[in-house]
Design a protein around this ligand. Structure first.
Ligand code: ADP
Length: 166
């Protein structure tokens, strides 16, 4: 059985993250989505909220499990028996960081493969941070995130949930 780990902050999960998760889930027997529990990093959603939103958003994927973790991603992967780390790669912005992380992962855990999937065209310019800026001022983000996230963002920022213009 091949287990893969898709780690991230997912603050909150977007359709770009889900695109990577569903494509990876189709390749592996089990995909564990690892939600970083990093108290020192400023995040909008708590770890529990990020896990809950991720679980709701991946409920249709039977071989996906969502867990939180802290500490080294490679150590969590080893504890979970994951042989592959999955990451998403958007056009220019992610390459250098992911390349660096891939080399460090190889150094720390040579038995783990670091696999980057190219983001689909429609999600190339979607980032959780930009999404939050738009949502904060009531911009329409409903086609960029799963429904529970659109609701949660509207609640966090105390703005009405805006439906896409027809
Ligand atoms: P991190 O805090 O590790 O950067 P993120 O939650 O921002 O984690 O993202 C987790 C992973 O998902 C990263 O590999 C990131 O490059 C990828 N990702 C983020 N947004 C997108 C997107 N729109 N399309 C594809 N992959 C994405």
């Amino acid at each position: 059985m091949t287990i893969a780990l898709y780690p991230g902050s997912f603050d909150p999960v977007t359709n770009g993250h889900l695109d990577i998760a569903s494509r990876a889930a189709a390749f592996f027997d089990q995909l564990i989505i690892g939600v970083y529990d990093v108290p020192q990093k400023y995040l909008l959603f708590t770890t529990e909220e990020r896990i809950d939103l991720m679980r709701k958003s991946t409920a249709h994927l039977p071989n996906v499990r969502v867990e939180s973790y802290s500490g080294l991603t490679t150590e969590f992967a080893q504890r979970m028996n994951a042989r592959v780390l999955v990451r998403g790669l958007r056009m220019a912005s992610d390459f250098e960081r992911e390349f660096e992380m891939a080399l460090m992962t190889k150094k720390l855990a040579p038995d783990i493969e670091y696999l980057c999937l190219m983001s689909s065209l429609e999600f190339q310019f979607l980032s959780a941070s930009l999404l939050k800026e738009v949502a904060e001022f009531g911009g329409c983000i409903t086609d960029l995130v799963p429904e529970p996230v659109a609701v949660a963002l509207a609640q966090k920022y105390n703005v009405p949930k805006i439906a896409p213009k027809k």
